[in-house]
Write a protein that binds this ligand. Structure first.
Ligand code: IMP
Ligand code: MG
Length: 182
């Protein structure tokens, strides 16, 4: 027996494009008189932030941060730590955190705590994907959500499995199939 990976399409490139346009229009409106600090989480949000930033019609700075989570899937306690902190001073900035996906919520809970401690003028979260059924961390709703999806492991549009699939222009479910080899 060997394992084969197969992709079942979930969100098309056109669906994502339309939703990104809607989110950007809402953000442009909500930040009418403000300058934004768009803060992307590496690596997963790199595609989303590239598309979203080009559709938001406001002056902005763009920066990135990178975190890793440790701990095994059987434990409800997950440890999150910085690999790379933002290189920008966050105090008095209107920070909009751009996330690829909110799953258990531990990463976002950690990031919200850190970002609030930097005294931004405001803090909001824009997540492309949300898996509410997987939530473990206590956490406010993200202000902007692209799509709520069921409990499936998805790849593409920046999201990876073992660092692969990030460049797929759409989002699909990754399915593992047992294959009989003769
Ligand atoms: P958390 O469980 O909310 O802390 O999610 C942490 C990270 O897990 C996300 O930022 C993603 O990098 C990764 N992740 C969660 N669900 C998926 C998925 O379905 N596909 C790819 N990465 C995922
Ligand atoms: Mg990841």
């Amino acid at each position: 027996m060997s394992k084969m990976e197969r992709i079942e399409p979930l969100l098309t490139a056109a669906q994502i494009r339309n939703r990104v346009t809607e989110l950007a229009a809402q953000i442009t409106k909500d930040y009418q008189d403000k300058e934004i600090l768009l803060l992307g989480t590496l690596k997963g949000a790199y595609v989303f932030i590239a598309d979203l930033s080009r559709e938001i019609d406001r002056p902005m700075e763009i920066d990135f941060l990178k975190v890793s989570s440790y701990g095994d899937s059987t434990s409800p306690i997950s440890q999150v730590a910085f690999d790379q902190r933002p290189s920008t001073e966050l105090s008095d900035k209107h920070v909009l955190l751009v996330e690829d996906i909110v799953d258990t919520g531990h990463t976002l809970a950690y990031l919200r705590r850190f970002l609030e401690s930097q005294n931004p003028a405001s803090l909001k979260v824009c997540a492309l994907l949300d898996k509410p059924s997987r939530r473990e961390a206590k956490l406010p709703e993200s202000e902007y959500i692209g799509f709520q999806i069921p409990d499936k492991f998805v790849v593409g549009y920046g999201l990876d499995y073992g660092q692969r699939y990030r460049n797929m222009p759409y989002v699909g479910e990754l399915i593992f199939e047992e294959v009989n080899k003769w």
